[in-house]
Design a protein around this ligand. Structure first.
Ligand SMILES: Nc1ncnc2c1ncn2[C@@H]1O[C@H](COP(=O)(O)OP(=O)(O)OP(=O)(O)O)[C@@H](O)[C@H]1O
Length: 305
């Protein structure tokens, strides 16, 4: 089976608020996926439903072919690391690790101990008394050492310093290479996780804006920097995502890959081609989605044209 996570027509409403609107998503097995989107886009809601911690108002979820809700067979295969993880009162890190050992059959206790040392998780401090970063580290360790077949990290880096975040990315990749599994990470630090993820899902206002392999997405847009008339000549026929003028020089971000002839024409006119980072692309696409009346489908089609 190549699909690990299948979400079909899932909606989640809170009274008048629609957090997810008819979301369908199919995520491949043994791939690291990035779930990206602005505050309130629906990332946590989607992850909570996929991990059976919340129920959809409509629609269906399948994890490894199984319905996860109240399913004793499915749940040991699913790990959800979230910022506001609750632990048993007065628990130390080792207690949280023992509980994880019970919950996840592939738990690696040695790895957890090693990671606890590397993240400098204090042994004798109760989790509720730990600093925010230390608490996040406990969650991250559980996420990695559980080796659950499907692991969700919801903004796992909150409070982690730059060194600890790098350690998280390195250790996750290392362990994933040795023990492939399906990972979904939500993050606002898009460029930080760009090298980690293979597939990108962008969600905005409860709708999936796009789902695409990172490599493909990188070629989707470029920024052209040069004289306004020269840039306009090439940009004119394309979808403009962003435009800035600095005197006679403009920076225009356009959708669509450049072919050989475009590159030659730009070169002849002294126009510089600057790659667009994943973060910039996601920011531009979501900003555009928020201000336009286009449907998700239209925008996705545009992006993939
Ligand atoms: N229990 C709740 N009751 C009412 N509204 C809720 C509830 N939980 C989430 N929402 C709303 O649903 C929407 C999606 O929230 P969600 O937490 O999934 O967003 P998110 O993408 O994870 O955001 P962030 O990046 O800020 O964590 C938001 O508008 C939020 O206010």
């Amino acid at each position: 089976m190549r699909t690990a996570i299948e979400i079909t027509g899932v909606s989640r409403r809170y009274r008048s608020m629609t957090a997810l609107a008819n979301v369908s998503l199919s995520l491949k097995k043994d791939v690291i996926h990035g779930l990206l989107g602005r505050n309130g886009a629906g990332k946590t809601t989607l992850m909570s439903i996929a991990t059976a911690q919340d129920w959809p108002s409509e629609g269906e979820v399948r994890i490894l072919g199984m319905r996860p809700h109240e399913n004793e067979q499915a749940l040991p295969k699913i790990c959800f690391v979230r910022e506001e993880q609750r632990y048993i009162d007065d628990a130390l890190a080792k207690h949280a690790f023992s509980a994880a050992a019970q919950a996840f059959p592939r738990w690696d206790a040695e790895l957890a101990t090693q990671l606890a040392r590397e993240f400098r998780v204090p042994e004798k401090t109760r989790i509720k008394k730990m600093s925010r970063g230390q608490r996040s580290a406990v969650g991250v360790i559980i996420g990695i050492a559980s080796r659950a077949e499907v692991t969700f990290f919801d903004e796992p880096y909150m409070g982690l310093d730059a060194v600890a975040r790098q350690l998280f990315y390195d250790r996750l990749l290392q362990d994933y290479a040795a023990h492939p599994r399906t990972v979904v990470i939500s993050s606002h630090l898009i460029d930080e996780i760009a090298h980690l993820i293979e597939n990108v899902v962008v969600i905005d206002q409860g709708q999936i804006l796009l789902q695409e392999p990172v490599e493909q997405l990188r070629d989707r847009a470029v920024t052209l920097v040069g004289r306004a008339d020269a840039v306009a000549e090439i940009a004119g026929t394309r979808e403009v995502l962003h435009h800035e003028a600095m005197g006679r020089i403009v920076r225009t971000t356009v959708l669509g890959a450049l072919d050989h002839a475009d590159r030659r024409a730009l070169d002849e006119r002294g126009v510089e081609i600057v790659p667009v980072s994943l973060q910039q692309l996601v920011v531009r696409l979501t900003a555009r989605h928020g201000t336009s009346d286009q449907t998700t489908m239209e925008l996705s089609e545009e992006v993939s044209r």
